[in-house]
Design a binder for this molecule. Structure first.
Ligand code: RP5
Length: 175
């Protein structure tokens, strides 16, 4: 069944976040900030939440269960250490979940990476690199661009800018 909130009038729809950036602790914010900033640069409305799979499990479940009805389209979830937050959220929704392994002091984030990337078959989490907040934001934008031509154009222009920067640097080295 299509949730009633999907039929929002367009003014309200513009105000409704379509991507959620969730982190296990506010200490994860520096890692997730590039995702938030990239999405905002593309004028994508973002909901930012601190929700812990082990410290606030009920709130996390509530968020994941309500995500689709709230018209969210993609969830980015970052956590460190025994980083079960992205997988737990993915188990409660069929929205695409992008996992961001947060770098840790003791194991440099390899623990986070393994926790997030090694999901058993059936419940996928699209995992980016350790500390890969920027790519998580860009991947979320690319998913949204599948049904948003204006966003697709912006992404092409973002890539062109990157391309031109490399060409300029290459030319300068050979001047
Ligand atoms: C995880 O534990 C969080 O995602 C964070 O990366 C890590 C440490 O949390 P704090 O002790 O900084 O709150 O749940």
């Amino acid at each position: 069944m299509i949730p009633a909130s999907r039929n929002l009038p367009s003014a309200d729809a513009e105000q409704t976040p379509v991507v959620a950036v969730v982190m296990g602790s506010d200490s994860d914010l520096p890692t997730l900030k590039p995702a938030i900033e990239a999405l905002e640069d593309f004028q994508i409305k973002v909901e930012v939440r601190v929700l812990s799979a082990h410290r606030t499990p009920r709130e996390m479940i509530c968020f994941a269960q309500e995500a689709e009805a709230k018209c969210l389209k993609v969830i980015i979830a970052g956590a460190g250490g025994a980083a079960h937050l992205p997988g737990m959220i993915a188990s409660l929704t069929t929205l695409p979940v992008i996992g961001v392994p947060v770098k840790t002091k003791s194991l440099s984030g390899v623990d986070s990476l393994h926790s997030i990337v090694q999901m058993p078959g059936g419940i996928p989490v699209a995992t980016v690199a350790i500390g890969g907040g920027l790519n998580a934001g860009l991947l979320a934008a690319q998913i949204l661009a599948l049904s948003d031509q204006n966003l697709q154009i912006q992404l092409v222009s973002y890539r062109k800018k990157m391309h031109d920067q490399v060409i300029n640097k290459d030319q300068k080295l050979n001047e």
